[in-house]
Design a protein around this ligand. Structure first.
Ligand code: SF4
Length: 209
């Protein structure tokens, strides 16, 4: 069974305080660690960086309610990893098929920037997520930090598995790591990541699943 962080987890003091500040300002938002979403028996796990302030931190579901989620869920739908319609809300009735989504850091960080210590502290939850997915065959890491967090959780040497967009690493005979630039608004606005580039990653994933 996968152990999720307690709703009141305060292991990262800075993030805990930030959550409390947001809870005072935005009383009807989630403002707590964000639980993973999707199929525990799925073959694909997508690992993002951390909840967005007005996305997952508001709605309580990974990548739900912000730009990054619009692109991610539309692409998941195109590659048949969803059932139902994405409606930017945790109550939209969407299901993930053969797929699960989580974050390397479960609490929203100020300016979307978790510290190395926070990434390290929350890594135990990613490790348990990976251990709990018994059919896992592909991990998709969104961005270099998520890529690195996955390797830490699996006790792999980072220099053996360098991050690059649409890279495919064989972690063992049955487990692959496919990485992508993060589907953030910043990356898409600057042209670092286009829709075509993002879809090419999913084509790569579909060759394995
Ligand atoms: S980031 Fe993770 S470890 Fe840190 S407070 Fe949130 S849930 Fe706890």
């Amino acid at each position: 069974m996968i152990i999720q962080p307690n709703i009141k987890c305060g292991q990262c003091r800075r993030l805990y305080k930030f959550r409390l500040e947001n809870a005072k300002k935005y009383t009807d938002w989630h403002n707590a660690p964000v639980t993973s979403f999707g199929d525990i028996n799925g073959r694909l796990l997508i690992v993002g960086l951390a909840p967005g302030l007005r996305g997952a931190n508001k709605t309580g579901r990974p990548f739900t309610g912000d730009w990054a989620g619009d692109l991610l869920y539309a692409t998941l739908e195109k590659f048949n990893f969803t059932k139902g319609q994405y409606g930017a809300s945790a109550k939209d009735g969407l299901y993930l098929l053969n797929c699960r989504i989580t974050n390397a850091v479960r609490c929203v960080p100020p300016e979307n920037k978790p510290t190395a210590e926070e990434i390290n502290t929350c890594n135990k939850f990613l490790k348990r997520e990976l251990e709990g997915m018994k059919n896992l065959s592909v991990i998709m890491a969104l961005g270099g930090i998520a890529h690195s967090a996955v390797l830490s959780a699996l006790n792999k040497k980072k220099s053996d598995y360098k991050f690059s967009h649409n890279s495919l690493h064989n972690l063992n005979q049955h487990l692959h790591l496919v990485s992508s630039y993060h589907c953030s608004r910043y990356n898409t606005n600057t042209g670092r990541l286009t829709q075509e580039m993002f879809e090419a990653v999913f084509e790569n994933i579909r060759r394995k699943i």
